[in-house]
Design a protein around this ligand. Structure first.
Ligand SMILES: [Fe+2]
Length: 251
């Protein structure tokens, strides 16, 4: 929903003040300013404005919400969510790859008072073992590497799948060129996405990262928070990622 004019004016003028301060602090020349204006125009023409803004700013909007929620920490949803993921019970469909590593994802859903929440929808999605997303890349059908579980009478869920891997965000365009010109990279650490919902509760959209994983300390989208990093355990010889959720009541 749009902002009230008072909040809008305050936000816009703070943004403007921050940019003006950066221009002055770094002695940006008028020619460099003109180059930046032209760059942003070309980036917008290429429909890359959402990508650029999400790389740098989406996490801040999420963290602003994290400041006021009593539930599990939220994270950026990213561009690869599919509402039409299939219902699943105990296994995500995966493709045969030589380098796939089994992974079990399990956990429990509770409310902020600690009561277990049966019947919560735990929607999970993650990359293939080659860093792609079904429904978006390589014509992989949408029912692979994603699915909607339902928490059981103890609020628990458990699903077998394969481990996701780090991947690069689209880096062939203007956003990638900017990151490269800045000497930065376009990699995201391996992660599992979640969207957990139940009527009457605030939906938790989040991502969980693997302790010690590559790029965890330098995610190009700055999406990693300490409370979103988990160490896997071994259960029956399989890497197991345990992710519990706490749902706050809906306003
Ligand atoms: Fe992702």
């Amino acid at each position: 929903m749009p902002m009230e004019s008072e909040q809008l004016e305050a936000v816009v003028m703070d943004i403007v003040a921050g940019i003006r301060d950066a221009i002055i602090k770094h002695h940006v020349t008028v020619d460099q300013y003109r180059f930046a204006v032209d760059y942003l125009g070309r980036l917008a023409d290429a429909r890359e404005l959402p990508l650029l803004l999400d790389v740098f700013l989406n996490v801040a909007a999420v963290d602003a919400e994290n400041e006021v929620t009593k539930g599990s920490p939220q994270a950026i949803q990213g561009p690869y969510y599919r509402e039409d993921a299939p219902a699943v019970t105990d296994r995500l469909k995966t493709l045969d790859h030589d380098n796939e590593r089994p992974l079990v994802v399990r956990g429990q859903v509770r409310d902020i008072d600690g009561s277990v929440l049966p019947g919560a929808e735990v929607d999970i999605w993650h990359s293939t073992p080659t860093g792609k997303y079904s429904g978006f890349h390589d014509n992989i059908p949408v029912d692979y590497y994603r699915g909607k579980l339902t928490s059981d009478s103890e609020g628990a869920y458990r699903v077998a799948t394969t481990a996701p891997v780090p991947y690069q965000i689209p880096n062939q365009g203007y956003t990638g060129a900017l990151l490269e010109a800045m000497g930065r990279h376009s990699w995201r650490p391996a992660h599992v996405h979640f969207k957990v919902r139940k009527p009457g509760f605030k939906t938790v959209t989040t991502q969980v990262y693997f302790e010690g994983g590559q790029w965890v300390d330098s995610d190009c989208c700055s999406g990693v928070r300490d409370d979103l990093v988990r160490r896997t355990t071994q259960e029956d010889g399989v890497d197991t990622l345990t992710v519990d959720f706490v749902l706050d009541r809906a306003a």
